[in-house]
Design a protein around this ligand. Structure first.
Ligand code: NAG
Ligand code: NAG
Ligand code: NAG
Ligand code: NAG
Ligand code: NAG
Ligand code: NAG
Ligand code: NAG
Ligand code: NAG
Ligand code: NAG
Ligand code: NAG
Ligand code: NAG
Length: 754
């Protein structure tokens, strides 16, 4: 009998819940225009504090774990989080935010004070214990544990839900009141200190370390409290007495993270729970960052309470006057709105700045027929014309666009030359003025009216891709100002192919110096300087903060030499401006310098420039071309040829005889350069050093080499500089594959052992 009665009772309960839910739903939907966020029939406020569902006052008005107690006994009602039968632990609320999942509460301040007259210590202990309800955690994002005092060590003793107890704390010290951070100063340990609290904290109390008596003469009281970040502003007077506590006797704001933390989970915005909380059918859920659990939120276009059936209400976007989303006729729809232009107008009316333009006047029907006939004929004729001049026009348009681009991108300091000026300067592009034939065209020497010598680059053929390269180069170079990068002085836009006017770099290219002018001696010092300055220029290109520039065609023929071997890197036709760490497609490359990775990825990166630079270094120390004839008379890329020699420890045989000496220290420098090259030539792009690392290594070498030269007269002094030199010997395959410098133990620091 008993069990039968139980059954009946259960089914009664079930039916009544259903009826209740039905009533609740209908009530909620019938009051959709009511702004209340509480369940129907439940108080939605306690004093001036709004209590939105899932919070609620009284039985049936709140979700389990969100019970609120409203104390009406005082003049202004006070709201508390109900945290058990002992009201001592209940936490007084300031406000609840339904969307952010945060609630502000009052937290009392902990203090210890030393009283000199009767030698006693008074204190106040303020515990925050949220363990009663899993819904609440102390916010680690919004709170800071803050201690104030001049001889203060304050710790948080706490229990983190589901984990062991933890402690964290902070120390503040000041020898006297003048030794503090000062009014408004940061809590950096001089008068006050702050520290973050761990995730998942639901209990905290303060543990004091140190003896308060040490600083009592000027700092009788120490304080510690968990408080909303940025609430506390240090004042020196807070060190002087109990004033700080008394000013904030009710407590200071602390942020509590609340969330739905029961048997349910949030799976990609869909709540999966035996006891769902996101009851509005226009709602979704979202995991939170502090502990497990989730929050509900209204879908975009809706607002209100996602926790109540029908609680998410369509936003009337058309009635939001301050940021009107429509300049035409606004029509609110369910969850969105549409915006259209009034009849007789057209345009894009969306947004505050949207516009609707009047349509052309409508004519009566016969007039319209006549007009359309005439128009039809005109259109036909026009079409014929269009087809005829189609290609021409397209080209013109493109040109125009590009020229507009130039004008936009060019700085004021770029000169614009007329074609007449250029012709005069180059003696009508006379053969005798040709400086070289670059990748995209000839370079002429020119003399401007003001007797300035310049280099003028003129493309050979009219090709779409080349025009693009020129544009690229103008844009790039107009923004660069570096002593090791060739300077663009101006351009000439009057001709079909724009011409670029550069500063004239008198001493030709590095290629010419090394491979065409072999009789000219070039010291190791000069070669090091060239290598370093080229690296500096490339590093400058790679590491521009806003955008990175990949040169894309690093080779000795693109390294110009000024007087005194000062490097000017040139030829930016293949360069690309990319946001940091982006990649660009391989457009063209020079045989012998190409990063092997690019061959199959078809993409150039900063690492490709590093590879090509490695080849340039090899050219510098071997004085062989990037593709050279080996002993057997076979054409061979310098990179692979050199690496195979280095693997057999025969790389020294490839060094340029001019710089090979008997001095092991100088040979050590050569080995070290070779190491840099080997690393730059690592088959995998990511194994290569950055241009900046290359610059650093080269700088060290230049310094060391200079010291060698200046100390030549005192051989004993240099004895220890190189230390033990592991040669550029890549004795076995594994060693070779590792990216370590083969002379990594080379001791370069001149100060270390002298
Ligand atoms: C609408 O909200 C007000 C408070 O804002 C409340 O007093 C009233 O009872 C609510 N109406 C219904 C039908 O629930
Ligand atoms: C509520 O009223 C108290 C004083 O009566 C005031 O200090 C507090 O700021 C008010 N809170 C809100 C949320 O308006
Ligand atoms: C909610 O809080 C009240 C006190 O405000 C308490 O009497 C009641 O038992 C609590 N309800 C639950 C379900 O804990
Ligand atoms: C609630 O929090 C959200 C997000 O932090 C914030 O945008 C909103 O202004 C807050 N609402 C109130 C009433 O403070
Ligand atoms: C010590 O003196 C202070 C006032 O100077 C007084 O408030 C406090 O009660 C005294 N404590 C004891 C234990 O006498
Ligand atoms: C603090 O500085 C003021 C003037 O800046 C000085 O008069 C005072 O003696 C100093 N106090 C201490 C304790 O050093
Ligand atoms: C979670 O599920 C367990 C068993 O499935 C149940 O005992 C418990 O009451 C549930 N908790 C909540 C908060 O629903
Ligand atoms: C939310 O967290 C639960 C477990 O805590 C996890 O299973 C779920 O994938 C998470 N949802 C999202 C959208 O990250
Ligand atoms: C949401 O609920 C309302 C009434 O409660 C109903 O009219 C509407 O069709 C529902 N929408 C969806 C998408 O279920
Ligand atoms: C509103 O509609 C527009 C286009 O009709 C769409 O782009 C936008 O995402 C919609 N907004 C919402 C909140 O659904
Ligand atoms: C627009 O909002 C105001 C209050 O903000 C309200 O009085 C008015 O009725 C609303 N108009 C429409 C068309 O919803």
């Amino acid at each position: 009998m008993a069990s039968l009665r139980q059954l009946q009772f259960d089914s009664f309960l079930n039916t009544s819940t259903l009826i209740c839910l039905f009533l609740l739903t209908t009530l909620a939907t019938s009051t959709t225009m009511n702004s209340s966020m509480s369940l129907p029939g439940c108080p939605d406020k306690c004093g001036n504090i709004t209590i939105p569902y899932p919070f609620g006052i009284g039985t049936g008005c709140h979700r389990i774990g969100f019970n609120i107690t409203c104390d009406l006994s005082t003049t202004s009602s006070r709201a508390f989080l109900f945290l058990g039968s002992d009201p001592l632990y209940n936490v007084e609320l300031m406000d609840i935010n339904i969307t952010s999942g945060e609630a502000r509460a009052y937290q009392k301040i902990d203090y210890v004070c030393y009283n000199e007259q009767n030698n006693t210590i008074t204190s106040n202990t303020a515990v925050m214990d949220l363990t009663f309800s899993p819904s609440y955690l102390l916010s680690n994002r919004r709170n800071k544990f803050t201690a104030i005092g001049c001889y203060t060590l304050a710790n948080i003793a706490s229990i983190v839900r589901d984990t062991a107890s933890v402690r964290s704390g902070c120390v503040s010290y000041c020898g006297n009141l003048n030794g503090t951070t000062g009014d408004g100063g940061p809590c950096n340990g001089l008068g006050c200190c702050q520290t973050a609290i761990p995730v998942g904290l639901n209990y905290y109390e303060v543990n004091w370390g140190y003896n308060i008596r040490y600083g009592w003469r000027f700092n009788p009281c120490n304080y510690a409290v968990l408080v909303e970040e940025d609430w506390y502003k240090f004042q020196v007077r807070d060190l002087s007495g109990l004033d700080f506590y008394e000013r904030n006797e009710n407590g200071v704001p602390v942020v509590v993270d609340w969330a739905i933390r029961d048997n349910g989970t949030c799976q990609h915005g869909v709540e999966v729970s035996p006891n769902p909380a996101c009851l509005s059918n226009r709602s979704s859920c979202q995991n939170i960052s502090n502990g497990k659990g989730y929050l509900c939120q209204c879908l975009p276009g809706y607002e209100g309470s996602p926790y109540i059936p029908g609680g998410c209400i369509d936003i009337d976007e058309c009635n939001i006057t301050d940021k009107n989303p429509c300049s035409g006729i606004c029509t609110n729809t369910d969850g969105n709105f549409t915006c259209s232009c009034p009849k007789g107008t057209h345009g894009n009316p969306y947004g505050k700045d949207g516009i609707c333009i009047k349509n052309p006047q409508n004519f009566p029907y016969p007039a319209r027929v006549a007009i359309s006939t005439i128009l039809g004929v005109a259109v036909f004729l026009g079409l014929c014309l269009l087809v005829a001049s189609h290609i021409q026009q397209k080209r013109h348009m493109k040109e125009k666009e590009e020229y507009e681009k130039y004008y936009q991108m060019m700085d004021n300091h770029l000169r614009v030359f007329s074609s007449k000026q250029i012709e005069n300067a180059t003696n009508n592009f006379s053969e005798s003025n040709v400086l070289g034939a670059g990748g995209q065209g000839n370079v002429y020497k020119g003399l401007l009216e003001n007797n300035q010598v310049v280099a003028i680059k003129k493309a050979r053929e009219v090709e779409e891709t080349q025009r693009g390269e020129f544009v690229n180069e103008i844009i790039l170079l107009s923004q660069i100002n570096h002593k090791n990068i060739v300077r663009l002085l101006g351009c000439c836009l009057e001709v079909k192919i724009p011409m670029l006017v550069y500063e004239f770099v008198p001493n030709g290219t590095l290629f010419y110096l090394l491979h065409r002018n072999k009789t000219r001696p070039t010291s190791l010092g000069a070669r090091l300087k060239i290598a370093l300055e080229s690296a500096v220029a490339l590093d400058y290109l790679h590491s521009s903060i806003s955008r990175s520039i990949i040169h894309g065609d690093v080779k000795s023929a693109n390294i110009l030499l000024d007087t005194d071997y000062t490097v000017k890197v040139s030829d930016f036709g293949a360069s690309s401006v990319v946001p940091v760490d982006e990649i660009v497609e391989l457009v063209h490359y020079s045989v012998g310098y190409l990063d092997p990775e690019c061959l199959y990825t078809q993409i150039i990166t900063k690492n490709s420039d590093v590879y090509s630079f490695g080849v340039v270094i090899l050219e510098l120390i071997t004085r062989k071309q990037a593709v050279y004839l080996d002993e057997k008379g076979d054409k061979q890329p310098l990179s692979t040829g050199f690496l195979s020699k280095a693997r057999k420890n025969k790389h020294r045989a490839m060094f340029d005889v001019e710089i090979v000496t008997n001095d092991e220290k100088v040979m050590g420098v050569l080995d070290k350069i070779c190491d840099i090259a080997v690393q730059c030539l690592s088959p995998k792009g990511e194994d290569r050093p950055t241009m900046w690392q290359v610059v650093e290594e080269l700088q060290k070498l230049v310094r060391f080499h200079n010291s060698l030269e200046s100390w030549q007269h005192d051989p004993q002094k240099t004895e220890s500089l190189l230390g033990e030199t592991k040669l550029c010997s890549l004795s076995d395959e594994s060693d070779f594959n590792s990216t370590k410098y083969c002379t990594s133990q080379l001791e370069i620091d001149t100060g270390a052992r002298s």
